[in-house]
Design a protein around this ligand. Structure first.
Ligand code: ARG
Ligand code: ZN
Length: 884
């Protein structure tokens, strides 16, 4: 294949033409859709300043010709200012549409033919089951009609949809419904108009036989907004959209309260779609969602699903201001909307649920996925400087690390001044397409902060490491703390500069009392090494640093095991209590791994058992927190603590530790299971969910004992479950016991749920995650199962991605069979859905951390993938970066 071009931020130039108005007509036919776009276009007056962006660009007096982005479809007619153009008067191929000469202001009407039922990329206009829908972010609009498909071209849109009335009774687009009526031959039409200017990536259309639920929300200024959630009829009948509706109203209320932001249209619509590449999409007034993030009732969805739905509904709603009203100047600014909106959805979930528990989940996610991303071939700054396919940059770094940067700003400014900054942001930039630097500048102005150094967080990749050392002088009662920071150079070997790092800081005395001096709750690190002195500190006090995980860094301390155990039990900061425990677990697992590698006898230190038991018996704590505190880090998290990963030893060590804890504390676990079994199985109150999470965690400890009575207990729990949380938890545990037990659970689960697509995703995922032997064979066989489809991203994620990313012991099996299987799937998938194929390719990213044999096996697979002549740019970008 020919090496694809890289797009660079430094090459940004303003658009040569602006579209002020786009009137679109979709005529939906049996096997194609005819799209006519009528565009009001004007030449952009290029100001001198912008030209400086590319000094090497030759500036001539000749006016630029019109070049629009275009996908692979056929144009049937082009009309400019009422004149039909002959095919030789314009140029069109699979990438661009060109007009050599145009007036400065004119109208262009282009009619094209699309074949949505053949579009398996799920980008542009496509079919999901019998529903026709769109996904335009980042660059899918060009697959619908020729257009300057870039976020800094903002237009007013209208959309007329014409279709068969029986097949497509519901016709939706952005904005407000302005007209509808019947036509001949059982056809009808609907016309939508969106009064707000928007970039093309926010355009949406949905057509199909959908049912819906509706509700209303009264904004604080008294406006009534109609809320509608659409899905296939059977889901509406089973009340599966109610939780999403509840979440939407909560989000609307929260955004008014916390950010003073009100909704701006009279209608807010959400559609649940089965085949969807991402989680959801914030199209103006018409969100399109992966059905996984809409549909739920206690029978079919877990507590985690309920929480995720609330979070994603919030996320897309919050985009209406952070993303839609203020949008991006170019795609390099993606984190401007995503980082900020993730921060907002995290705050939403924290305000409505348990803040400490939410923070723990977010940090686990960040450490488990973003840190490794930043330490591998895909490392990039939160504001990337180049890409081949933008879709590859919807990353943990842009989203999650981006949110951490906003969180640090919030920390530095304080809630009140942060709000002032946000207010100023909208005051200055409403209706505009702006940059991350614009955002930082308003924050700096409104919060009166110097953010010059802080800004580096956006431009410098990699995870900084901060070390802490202490010394105590009993005569002076003085505690001296020294911090050092450093960030490893990345692939370009650029030396990293010191960052501005907020340290949420505390000191607790030997009785566990918080004695932090009032002026020391927030320390700021700005250079490589910094020392802080605290006077009047009693002996044996302990520093608790990076409370609430106040910066996205790795930290190393000189705390002893006894001190960690003390913090685990007594720190007043919930996050740090959890984190001290995790550090202890990791230390213990490392020690067990050493014994495994040295072929010594294995043992668990009695101190760890004592510390664990203390937490287990702590009845005063929130049970949701206890469930987190008692969870061992996953194998995929443990591996991040090693430069050379020994998959087998990690698996064995974790299993050994878990079995030891379960064996020695069996009675305590059993008691706790009883204690937590009393809440209403159908309630999703915090207490009920907390009970279930702790109960199911205890069951997973007990389950790994694989004794007759314990397995019977799990089986009973599984078979008598009254909600999906308990049922799935039981199923997962059984799938790890032995092949026979697993197989019986697999069959039972399938029989019960074969009619429900989303529950079947869980069925595939549990099997793909089983650490028992023969899992590779079983996953291979499941790719041929009637309910599996490579065209459905949720299925691919549940079975194939799950196996590659969450089942290290089987994926990394020594003969390379796992690698070969995944590479085969990548090659297959690349012909169907390139975005999803590229995501799957990233499972090889950390290949350099494995032993020579595995490394060379993985390398062989890369080479095989790269040798495919028709390989997509998406997969090429990921695999070639991994190999370099
Ligand atoms: N903007 C959407 C969201 O964060 C995600 C779009 C994903 N697009 C993609 N090409 N991966 O809510
Ligand atoms: Zn988003």
């Amino acid at each position: 294949m020919k090496t694809p071009n890289k797009i660079y931020l430094k090459d940004y130039t303003p658009p040569a033409f602006i579209v002020d108005q786009a009137d679109l007509t979709f005529e939906i036919k049996e096997d194609h859709t005819e799209v006519t776009s009528n565009l009001k276009i004007r030449r952009n007056k290029v100001d001198g300043d912008n030209l400086k962006v590319r000094p090497n660009l030759k500036v001539t007096s000749k006016k630029a010709s019109l070049v629009f982005d275009k996908g692979e479809f056929e144009i049937v007619s082009v009309i400019a200012d009422g004149m039909v153009l002959l095919p030789e008067e314009y140029e069109a191929n699979d990438e661009v549409f060109k007009l050599a000469k145009t007036p400065d202001i004119f109208e262009l009407e282009i009619t094209s033919i699309l074949r949505p039922h053949e579009n398996t990329s799920l980008e542009g206009l496509y079919k999901s089951g019998d529903i026709l829908c769109t996904q335009c972010e980042a660059q899918g609009f060009r697959k619908i009609t020729p257009f300057p498909d870039r976020p800094d071209v903002m237009a007013i849109y209208s959309c007329t949809i014409i279709a068969d009335k029986t097949q497509y009774p519901v016709l939706l687009s952005n904005g407000n419904l302005v007209k509808s009526g019947d036509l001949d031959n059982n056809r009808h039409f609907v016309r939508w108009a969106d009064p707000f200017k928007k970039p093309s990536y926010l355009f949406a259309l949905v057509a199909g036989d959908l049912d819906h639920i509706e509700d209303q929300f009264k904004t604080r200024s008294g406006k009534i907004v109609d809320l509608k959630i659409y899905s296939e009829k059977e889901n509406i009948d089973k009340d599966k959209c109610n939780h999403a509706m509840e979440s939407l109203k909560q989000a609307m209320e929260w955004d008014e309260k916390r950010f003073g932001l009100e909704y701006d249209l009279d209608l807010y619509q959400i559609v649940a779609i089965s085949d969807f590449n991402a989680s959801a999409m914030e199209n103006k007034g018409l969100n399109v969602f992966n059905s996984k993030y809409v549909l739920a009732n206690p029978g079919t969805a877990t507590d985690e699903d309920f929480m995720n739905i609330q979070g994603v509904i919030g996320h897309e709603y919050f985009h209406n201001w952070t993303g839609n009203r203020v949008t991006l100047k170019n795609w390099f600014q993606l984190s401007l909307k995503e980082g900020l909106t993730v921060f907002r959805d995290q705050e939403f979930s924290s305000d409505l649920n348990s803040r400490g528990v939410k923070r723990i989940s977010n940090v686990r996610n960040l450490r488990g996925s973003q840190f490794p991303e930043d330490a591998g071939p895909m490392t990039h700054p939160v504001m990337p400087d180049s890409y081949i396919k933008m879709d590859n940059f919807y990353t943990m770094t842009v989203y999650e690390k981006g949110a951490e940067i906003v969180r640090m700003l919030h920390q530095l400014a304080g809630e009140e001044k942060f709000r002032k900054g946000i207010d100023l942001y909208f005051e200055k930039f409403d209706g505009m397409a702006v940059t991350i630097e614009d955002f930082v500048a308003v924050m700096q102005e409104a919060a009166v902060l110097d953010l010059e150094q802080f800004k580096l967080w956006y431009f410098q990749s990699g995870t900084p490491t901060v070390t802490m050392e202490r010394s105590y002088n009993p005569d002076l009662r003085q505690l001296v703390i020294t911090f050092e920071q450093s960030t490893l150079p990345d692939r370009n070997q650029d030396i990293k500069k010191p960052l501005h790092i907020p340290v949420n800081f505390g000191i607790i005395d030997a009785d566990g009392k918080d004695i932090t001096p009032v002026d020391s709750k927030l320390l700021e690190l700005q250079s490589n090494k910094e020392t802080f002195i605290f006077n009047n500190i009693p002996e044996n006090s302990l520093a608790s640093i990076f409370r609430q995980f106040s910066a996205p860094i790795k930290f190393k301390t000189d705390l002893t095991d006894e001190e960690l155990a003390f913090l685990m039990a007594s720190d007043t900061d919930e996050f740090n209590r959890w984190d001290a425990g995790q550090t202890l677990f990791i230390k213990e697992i490392k020690q067990i791994i050493n014994s495994i590698q040295a072929s010594k006898n294995l043992s668990v230190s009695p101190n760890l058992i004592t510390a664990f038991k203390k937490i287990l018996l702590d009845q005063n704590r929130d049970r949701a927190f206890l469930a987190k505190a008692l969870s061992l880090p996953q194998e995929t998290e443990i591996k991040n603590h090693f430069d050379l990963v020994d998959v087998t030893a990690i698996h064995k060590a974790r299993k050994f530790l878990k079995q030891e804890l379960a064996g020695q504390l069996k009675h305590q676990f059993l008691d706790l299971i009883d204690l937590c079994s009393e809440s209403d199985p159908l309630s999703i109150s915090h207490e009920a969910m907390a009970d279930r999470s702790l109960k199911n965690l205890c069951l997973s400890y007990i389950g790994c004992l694989k004794e007759k009575d314990t397995t019977a207990l799990i089986l009973d729990h599984y078979e008598s479950a009254e909600n999906m949380t308990d049922e799935l938890a039981g199923f997962k545990i059984l799938s790890q016991i032995d092949l026979d037990t697993k197989q019986r659970a697999v069959e039972r689960f399938y029989l019960k749920w074969k009619h429900d697509k989303l529950v079947l995703d869980k069925w595939f995922a549990v099997q793909a995650g089983s650490t028992l032997s023969h899992t590779l064979e079983s996953v291979k066989a499941l790719t041929g199962h009637l309910d599996f489809s490579m065209k459905n991203p949720n299925k691919v994620r549940s079975l194939i991605y799950m196996f590659a990313m969450q089942n290290p012991i089987n994926f990394h099996q020594k003969d390379g069979g796992g690698y070969r299987f995944i590479a085969d799937q990548i090659i297959l998938l690349d012909k169907i859905n390139q975005q999803i194929a590229a995501r799957l390719s990233s499972c090889f990213n950390l290949w350099k951390k494995y032993d020579d044999q595995r490394k060379s096996l993985m390398q062989k697979e890369f080479e095989r993938i790269l040798s495919i002549q028709t390989l997509s740019k998406n997969v090429y970008e990921i695999v070639s970066r991994a190999l370099s």
